[in-house]
Design a protein around this ligand. Structure first.
Ligand code: TRP
Length: 318
């Protein structure tokens, strides 16, 4: 950098910003070359493990890693190979910590591809998420499996954050919602958080809300798991997760049939003072809570006291 400046000032009359720009682009050229070298090392099976470690550690320091990975021949296939190679260990529950950490590094690179605007749609069009869904299908609570669960949810979280119609439609039709629900049910708090964050994104989207409220089975699957998470929060409080759960309920209550069902199945802990201390200083969550109660109150008047056709079983109609 210093050498650059003295050289520039003695030769031409470039202003400081041009010089600074040159020096930073020279620096990024070397990073680019370095990163390309490490990406190439993925091709060599003996160097792959180390390259995965290095790349996943540096992924936030190098913005252009995603296009570099995607545009280097063989890399996407190699990443998928790495994922597929642990399937037998997943189904036999023999996954070791070392295997899990290695695949988590792969998932970190997939998360890069999912986050970058240039690679996101090619990543989806190549159906890449389908390959790590088996990690979310596993019900093992062993830590090695929990790491994979969190890392896989991280990739989906990166996709939903883009919040475009194409991405949301793709994810809904790939049947990722039941996988999120399962992670909310059996995962530890971190995966519960990420999975609920994803569910909240789907519900916040009109197409997503419509999808989830389209059948009674879907609605009740979601309501059951939200209630389980809420119950887990009584024992192990987590303000962020509580906030997500309340906003999920509030969004559900915007759907007519869901609101009718919630008149009867909203958990008592959201009607009494159980969580009132937790949300006292959080105006956004208090507004969600008010909206939820307002929507339910509006439907309460329409629900007959007993029997009748507009009970919970009715959501989804025929
Ligand atoms: N094939 C199921 C469906 O479309 C997928 C599913 C299971 C699901 N449980 C869910 C979808 C809960 C949404 C919510 O209904």
């Amino acid at each position: 950098m210093a050498a650059d400046f003295s050289h520039q000032s003695s030769s031409t009359k470039n202003d400081a910003s041009t010089v600074a720009h040159r020096s930073s682009s020279a620096q990024s050229n070397t990073t680019m070359a370095n990163m390309q070298n490490t990406v190439n090392e993925l091709i060599n099976p003996d160097r792959r493990g180390n390259a995965l470690k290095v790349l996943s550690k540096r992924r936030d320091m190098f913005e252009e890693l995603a296009p570099l990975l995607w545009n280097t021949a063989c890399i996407a296939t190699i990443l998928l190979q790495e994922i597929i190679s642990v399937y037998p260990a997943i189904s036999s529950l023999q996954l070791t910590h070392a295997q899990s950490i290695r695949v988590c590094n792969v998932l970190a690179l997939l998360q890069c591809l999912a986050s970058h605007p240039e690679t996101r749609m090619p990543f989806i069009n190549a159906n890449m998420p389908q390959y790590f869904y088996p990690f979310l299908q596993s019900t093992s609570k062993l830590p090695q499996f929990e790491y994979l669960r969190v890392a896989s949810l991280g990739v989906i979280g990166a996709l939903v954050k883009a919040n475009t119609r194409e991405v949301i439609s793709f994810l809904l039709s790939s049947e990722v919602v039941p996988l999120c629900l399962q992670s909310m049910e059996i995962g530890k708090q971190l995966s519960k958080n990420v999975a609920t964050y994803i569910l909240q994104f789907f519900l916040a989207n009109d197409e997503g809300l419509e999808y989830i409220c389209a059948t009674a089975e879907r609605f009740f699957a979601v309501a059951r798991v939200l209630e389980l998470v809420l119950r887990s929060l009584e024992e192990e409080p987590c303000p962020r997760l509580l906030k997500l759960v309340i906003s999920c309920y509030a969004r559900l209550s915007n759907n007519h049939r869901a609101a009718v069902a919630l008149v009867r199945c909203l958990p008592n802990t959201l009607k009494d003072a159980t969580f009132s201390n937790d949300i006292r200083d959080d105006p956004a969550t208090r507004r969600w809570m008010e909206k939820l109660h307002e929507n339910i109150r509006r439907h309460q008047q329409q629900v007959p006291e007993q029997g009748g056709g507009s009970g919970v079983g009715d959501i989804g109609g025929s």
